[in-house]
Design a protein around this ligand. Structure first.
Ligand SMILES: Cc1cc2nc3c(=O)[nH]c(=O)nc-3n(C[C@H](O)[C@H](O)[C@H](O)COP(=O)(O)O)c2cc1C
Length: 229
């Protein structure tokens, strides 16, 4: 089907034709909240593995929401580098827009959506930057392309022309191939240490199950509670 992207009527028709949690398209799992483990990390790990097994494309991508210096929100997609007792990790340039926002307001929210299972996970909490040696080790364990992208630099700055990017990227790829340990001082591994983690299981009859974990008083243990959908 071809659509004229400038025709807003077509967009309205398209939107009306689309469904979520359609039992004829997606067989959604049943999530019994009574089976939820005591720790959100265990449930995240299990749901992540389920998403991979179910063939969810790029389940390791997530929305990262930050606030700017005025408190206004911003959001973009980044890759999950890990999740453990220390938090949910991602990496970026400290000099990027999000990096500067995190320096000013070290607090973030993450959002995962795995439509093949009708599942969403939300994580909120304070953000810390890993030491430079750890950030470098994380980058150098990744692909040549990841290093080349990091070496290209200037993230979030205005790009005068696409030629400038081609030139910088070509030089960055050459250096990444020649020098796999090339330093990228601004590249930083960040961790979101969750105050709250919410798991959402979509349901065809809209009786979605929402389970929120929040840290108990003094940070001891997790309180689990159901939320109205
Ligand atoms: C699938 C996907 C994965 C991405 N992963 C990262 C990432 O891990 N780190 C990163 O800095 N940017 C990543 N980006 C680019 C960001 O979405 C964003 O464009 C860039 O980081 C600049 O954001 P900022 O101007 O808000 O700082 C990714 C984009 C997509 C679409």
């Amino acid at each position: 089907m071809t659509t004229d992207p400038t025709d807003t009527t077509d967009l309205a028709v398209l939107l009306r034709s689309l469904r979520v949690w359609d039992p004829e398209i997606t067989e959604l799992p049943v999530f019994d909240p009574a089976t939820a483990p005591a720790d959100p990390l265990a449930l995240f790990t299990a749901w992540f593995a389920d998403a991979v097994t179910a063939g969810q494309p790029e389940p390791h991508t997530m929305s990262l929401a930050t606030s700017d210096a005025s408190g206004l929100p911003d959001v973009r997609t980044v890759m999950l580098h890990g999740a453990d007792r220390e938090g949910w990790a991602f990496a970026t340039h400290a000099s990027s827009a999000k990096g500067r926002q995190l320096t000013a307001r070290p607090y973030a929210a993450l959002g995962f959506y795995w439509p093949v299972l009708g599942r969403q996970v939300r994580v909120r909490g304070p953000v810390t930057a890993a030491p430079a040696t750890e950030s470098a080790a994380d980058l150098h364990a990744r692909s040549t392309g990841a290093l080349a992208a990091a070496l290209t630099g200037h993230q979030s700055e205005v790009l005068p022309s696409y030629d400038d990017l081609e030139h910088a990227s070509r030089a960055a790829w050459e250096r990444a191939r020649r020098e796999p340990d090339a330093p990228v001082p601004t590249w930083t591994l960040y961790r979101v240490r969750p105050d709250a983690v919410e798991f959402f299981q979509g349901d065809g009859e809209r009786r979605h199950v929402r389970v929120r974990y929040r840290r108990g008083e003094g940070g001891a243990g997790w309180v689990r509670e159901l939320l109205w959908p």
